[in-house]
Design a protein around this ligand. Structure first.
Ligand SMILES: C[S@@+](CC[C@H](N)C(=O)[O-])C[C@H]1O[C@@H](n2cnc3c(N)ncnc32)[C@H](O)[C@@H]1O
Length: 209
């Protein structure tokens, strides 16, 4: 596979409505990119955050979302009181910013920031570890058969400092996903939080030992 993010043939133009944190959320799925579609892992992660707010309290926490796509996880985290940096590749940021702004304006304590983070690129320049400390790094369905898995691991490593927790939901499709879990385990401590076999989705928590 070439080392660039490829458009798919997904050409739907639709609104989807969700309800999280007691509020209606409307997500626009559009254009022709994977990230412009809402993936089920995002809903699983949002459900987890909403129903486990006692133990994983996002209020006033610094949160980074990787591969935010249509923005549901960013929106729900912001509604739950987090200061969110929502990131993806440049092609995705227009629709992501639109969904995030539309669903968080006048509803959140902190306005989420939508910005580029292409995995493995300019990490220390754009997100220096001395000033950018995150309580949570969130990611939904960022592990699949793509050519940036090493860069994704490097990005997680860069963003994780003592006290940072990675909450990461993934759908298992092919062998590549299993191997990524093994590679992640070599660099992070981790535990399984959810196992949803009917959806082939697992939710993990990772942290630096
Ligand atoms: C399957 S989608 C998941 C989107 C969203 N998290 C969800 O669950 O609905 C994968 C996301 O990872 C992003 N992505 C892919 N390669 C990337 C890269 N090299 N750097 C940053 N983001 C990337 C895509 O643009 C897309 O938004």
């Amino acid at each position: 596979m070439a080392r660039h993010s490829r458009p798919s043939l997904i050409v739907s133009e639709a609104w989807e409505a969700y309800s999280f944190a007691g509020l209606k959320i409307r997500i626009k799925e559009s254009t022709d990119l994977y990230g412009a579609v809402l993936w089920p892992s995002a809903m699983v992660l949002c459900h987890f955050l909403e129903t486990n707010a006692d133990q994983y309290n996002l209020a006033d926490k610094n949160v980074m979302e990787l591969g935010a796509g249509t923005g549901l996880v960013t929106i729900v985290s912001s509604l739950l009181g987090a200061k969110v940096t929502s990131t993806d590749i440049p092609e995705i940021l227009g629709n992501l910013g639109y969904n995030v702004q539309r669903n968080t304006r006048d509803r959140c304590k902190y306005t989420p920031v939508v910005t580029e983070l292409s995995w493995g690129q300019q990490l220390e320049e754009r997100f220096p570890r001395s000033t950018h400390r995150y309580d949570y790094v969130l990611a939904a369905d960022v592990v699949y058969h793509h050519p940036f898995l090493q860069e994704l691991l490097d990005t997680l490593e860069h963003l994780c400092q003592p006290g940072t927790q990675v909450l990461w939901a993934m759908r298992f499709r092919m062998e590549a996903e299993n191997r990524f879990v093994e590679r992640f385990q070599k660099r992070f401590s981790m535990e399984l939080l959810y196992d949803l076999p009917s959806l082939n989705i697992k939710l993990y928590r990772g942290w630096k030992p």
